[in-house]
Design a binder for this molecule. Structure first.
Ligand code: HEM
Length: 525
């Protein structure tokens, strides 16, 4: 009936009729949305949030620019520029959706802790599922709770404090450094290989030995066909996951055949070790637990489900590997540029653990590393200036509010519509003078000695609330050990940055951060 009437009206008024009809429906819908949001917002006691000006149709110009900068390494600085530190909260329209962007500690506390149940990861599960399946990093609600309960006991102090497991891999790293005879090389690339080696050993009980190659006269042991493809496949899959995360609800566009092929290689790798563990007699498992700590062997005591085991291990791998490599890379980036920081660090490490031939390696433990005050300040500062996860997001699972961002001065509650996305920029918050003073853009480990510096929720490298990083202590122990050992072995560091004028450096923001041009340094005895 209605359709017939529309057709008759179209015949009578000519072809412009359809354009007018669409405009009318759009206007009606806009009016409906405006009234609906006004009513909901008033009911929840919130006020309107400021918008940042659009550029291009639905901000398409901004979105394209962000994609380009993500690839070229300028995204984190660009976002900081939009922010300017003053506007900690605003709305932005991207591709027709409203994104509430915040770097306000009060809002982050509500988002991640006090109003935890109002928010979820949302589409992250769909973004990451082809590689990671159902695990702690991808699930919400009861699935996440069960995962956390299953995995948490494996991060206790006695299970993650095995620093000696790192030493064999470090010896390989030293060989790579020494083969350059004091000439420049890319240390970041070695750190990324190192963390895959240590992560695969810790998680699966066997390292991929990515650092073992002919240039240092070592060859990895292959246990099965396709083992050596794991390293590249995992990197490639991870890059695609990052692009899918950036595409948000359009993630399905990014599903190329090479992604599916790489996922298969990674799954075959994990399945091999899972099956090996499942086939192990109980006594052998117990014996392995006594010999050293392997995540998989501990999990097998709790569940025999091969898919669950594979998914959880890959979830931890993705959460822990690049983040730690990034932390070590940015630390040495700063160390290579700051002789004053390098000297103070050396003083502390040499005093506590000796150096060169007199190095007391066995003294470097979880407990003794914790007592290295300057090393702690250094790591705090690296994670402040270069948080491994600079940008993150959550979705509202109901109509709700966040404490700040509404009203003329942004001090009133902000309305958050069900289904909308909240982007939070930890990197911007970490450089805001409001929380870190006028020198907030400077790299200054000493700031952490100031007893008055109590950033609370303004310092969030490991997230906060119920989903706080499970591997925080693990990562800090591993990075501290590597830093201390490198300082012991190589007393001299020199900067060979190909872009020395670019400070802060260009950063590639994949799922986590890395230096766009690599970490070019030389280290010598
Ligand atoms: C410098 C190193 C690291 C940093 C900066 C870091 C940071 C983070 C952040 C920001 C999150 C929250 C992600 C989100 O909820 O959206 C997270 C979660 C997580 N991290 Fe880390 N991480 C690091 C290393 C590690 C390591 C080494 C492991 C494991 C061996 C690990 C295991 C996890 C797990 C399992 C989660 C998920 C927790 C949950 O959702 O309940 N992380 N990490």
């Amino acid at each position: 009936m209605l359709f017939d009437k529309i057709q008759a009206a179209a015949t009578e008024h000519g072809s412009l009729f359809y354009v007018e009809l669409v405009a009318f429906v759009a206007a009606l819908y806009t009016l409906y949305r405006t009234v609906k949001i006004y009513v909901l917002r008033t009911r929840l006691g919130a006020e309107p949030v400021a918008w940042i000006p659009e550029s291009g149709w639905f901000n398409s110009r901004k979105a394209l620019m962000m994609f380009r900068l993500k690839r070229d390494g300028g995204l984190v600085e660009y976002l900081w520029g939009i922010w300017k530190g003053d506007d900690e909260n605003f709305n932005v329209r991207i591709g027709g959706d409203t994104l509430f962007v915040t770097s306000d500690p009060d809002n982050l506390k509500a988002l991640l802790a006090t109003q935890f149940n109002d928010f979820a990861l949302g589409v992250r599960h769909a973004h990451f599922k082809p590689l990671l399946g159902d695990g702690i990093f991808t699930l919400d609600y009861s699935g996440w709770k069960q995962s956390r309960a299953l995995l948490r006991p494996n991060f206790s102090r006695e299970k993650i404090g095995h620093t000696h497991m790192l030493e064999d891999h470090l010896q390989r790293l030293f060989k790579h450094i020494r083969k350059h005879h004091g000439e420049k090389f890319n240390l970041q690339e070695l750190f990324f290989r190192f963390t895959v080696d240590t992560a695969t050993e810790f998680l699966f009980g066997n390292s991929v030995e990515g650092l073992a190659d002919e240039t240092i006269g070592e060859y990895p042991t292959a246990l099965f066909e396709g083992q050596f493809e794991f390293y590249d496949a995992f990197n490639t899959s991870q890059e695609v996951l990052s692009s899918r995360a950036w595409l948000q609800k359009w993630y399905w566009i990014m599903n190329p055949p090479y992604f599916r092929r790489c996922n298969k290689i990674v799954h075959n790798f994990a399945d091999f070790y899972v099956q090996k563990a499942l086939n192990m007699p109980q006594e052998e498992l117990e014996k392995k637990s006594e010999d050293g700590y392997v995540f998989l062997y501990e999990l097998v005591k709790e569940t025999k489900n091969p898919r669950l085991l594979r998914d959880q291990l890959l979830n931890i791998m993705i959460a822990g590997r690049d983040t730690t490599a990034g932390l070590m890379s940015f630390t040495f980036y700063e160390l290579s540029k700051r002789p004053d920081v390098w000297a103070k660090l050396k003083e502390e490490i040499y005093e506590k653990f000796g150096s060169g031939k007199d190095a007391r390696v066995e003294d470097i433990t979880f407990e003794t590393l914790k007592k290295c005050t300057y090393l702690k300040f250094l790591i705090n500062e690296v994670l402040r200036m270069y948080p491994s996860v600079p940008i993150n997001y959550r979705f509202a699972n109901k109509h709700t509010t966040l404490p700040r961002g509404g009203g003329d001065d942004g001090s009133k509650p902000a309305f958050i519509e069900k289904g909308s996305c909240i982007g939070y920029l930890v990197s911007a918050m970490h450089r805001n003078p409001k929380y870190y003073g006028a020198d907030s853009h400077e790299f200054k480990p000493e700031r952490w000695a100031d007893k008055d510096l109590k950033p609370g929720w303004a310092y969030l490298p490991f997230n906060g609330g119920p989903r706080i990083c499970l591997g925080q202590q693990f990562a800090i122990t591993e990075a501290s050990y590597v830093i201390a050992r490198l300082v012991q072995e190589f007393p001299n560091i020199f900067d060979h940055d190909p872009e020395p004028a670019n400070y802060p450096p260009r950063i590639i923001a994949q799922l986590t951060n890395s230096l766009a041009t690599g970490l070019w340094v030389s280290l010598s005895d």
